[in-house]
Design a protein around this ligand. Sequence first.
Ligand SMILES: [Zn+2]
Length: 161
Amino acid sequence: MASKRTLHHLTLRGLPEFARFPDDETRDAALARFAGETRPRDLVVGIAVVAVGAIGLLVLVRFALANVPLGALARFRGDLAILLVVAAVLLLIRWMHRRSGAASLRSSLLDCGVPTCRACGHSLAGLRPDADRCPECGRTLDAQERDVIREAARRAAAAQG
Ligand SMILES: [Zn+2]
């Protein structure tokens, strides 16, 4: 079955979690779940925080640029400040989006039986069934992570016969 493309297929592409789903259907379901997790209220609060932050940053950048000798570009000082702030805001939004997307995908991976650290996203495949810490970040694994590791180890042992 062809995978149904959404915006999040583009914006979350390249995350290690994105590539770890067993098939397109489970990944599509995980991306749909992430889309459904965004509450309108969170979005409004987020936009307000970003807007206030952007205005504050603009004041700072204009202040910083006021003392930079820009030569022939000096008359574009105001535009340059706005351009820098817009770039910073876009990068920040992308970073927050991918961070929350990665966290959501990790939960979905665990739900479909793929051993993954909920905190750092490290693959926990191949760990001993009694593992209780993530070898990457050292965090103590929770009950679901331990269950998924045990189940994956059991399947691997069964596959080897
Ligand atoms: Zn970890």
